[in-house]
Design a protein around this ligand. Structure first.
Ligand code: IPD
Length: 279
């Protein structure tokens, strides 16, 4: 049977490239910064404009009502964030908005597609590095058309781990984040890193540059595309309590293998995060 979503996958790559070019160009002119949930949760006109470009292009290609959309900036403006069985695009137009604002050189366009609540493919365009990561369920993961694979390290003390601080700066949460990081650092691991974009962090797991990335507080649009890429590169996705990965839960461990994932999970101090699909 013909692959029903190949056209959508190929088109997603084209749209991600076009969106990334817009982001790159916008970074060269003055950036108007606004805030969302807190003074450190940044958004720019570029985030909003690029999301409109992506959704507009997809509607033009596939018809205005053929698919559903979950987009970071549309949700911020009050649209629902519910994943149904219908074909759904999950979009972060500028993942790493803080990086974008500061000129820190990791910014990604993240586009994923789910059907029957299962992720079919993911595209992450790290637009300042010009790296196009993509993966289609069952067909492997690629960076600029070269196949990528996770690392084969199983010894935690030979690993590099990524985590981020997110945008919730309440002292209790920050304490838990730092306490977790301290414990992991002192295992000891080779290093702790963070690129400032969840999508890129997941691609770094997929290429084998690092062994794992975990975070509590991310959103489905930050990680949906990266989730397919990590899995297709041979990696694993788990909840921070070791249970199954849940895209809407705002918590995730992505790793090269279960040994590394479970070793990290032992150290994670969990704190609550309101689900993306909470009523
Ligand atoms: C953020 C980035 C960051 C992560 C935050 C996300 P945004 O996404 O992915 O790495 O730590 O949790 O919200 O807001 O730049 O699209």
């Amino acid at each position: 049977m013909a692959d029903p979503w190949q056209r959508a996958y190929d088109f997603a790559v084209e749209v991600a490239r076009k969106a990334g070019e817009e982001v790159r160009k916008a970074g060269e002119s003055e950036i108007k910064i606004m805030t969302k949930s807190s003074t450190v949760d940044l958004v720019t006109k570029t985030d909003e404009r690029v999301e409109k470009i992506i959704i507009g292009s997809l509607k033009e290609e596939f018809g205005p009502d053929a698919h559903c959309f979950i987009g970071e900036e549309s949700v911020a403006k009050g649209e629902a964030c519910i994943l149904t069985d219908k074909p759904t695009w999950i979009i972060d137009p500028v993942d790493g908005t803080t990086n974008f604002v500061h000129g820190f050189p990791f910014v990604a366009v993240s586009i994923a597609f789910a059907v029957n609540k299962e992720l079919e493919f993911g595209v992450v365009y790290s637009c300042l590095e010009d790296k196009m990561y993509k993966a289609r369920k069952g067909k492997g993961a690629f960076c600029n058309d070269e196949k990528i694979e996770v690392s084969d390290v199983t010894a935690i003390n030979k690993s590099i781990i990524i985590s981020e601080h997110g945008t919730d700066r309440s002292p209790e949460k920050v304490n838990k984040i730092f306490s977790t990081m301290q414990k992991i650092l002192c295992i000891p691991v080779h290093g702790l890193r963070g690129s400032g974009t969840a999508a890129t962090n997941m691609c770094l797991v997929a290429t084998g540059a690092v062994e794992a990335f975990f975070e509590i507080g991310i959103h489905c649009w930050d990680i949906a595309a990266g989730a397919v890429i990590v899995k297709e590169a041979g990696g694993v996705l788990l909840d921070v309590d070791g249970g199954p990965f849940d895209l809407m839960s705002r918590r995730m461990v992505s790793a090269n293998n279960e040994v590394i994932a479970k070793r990290i999970i032992k150290e994670i101090e969990i704190f609550p995060a309101v689900r993306d699909d909470a009523p």
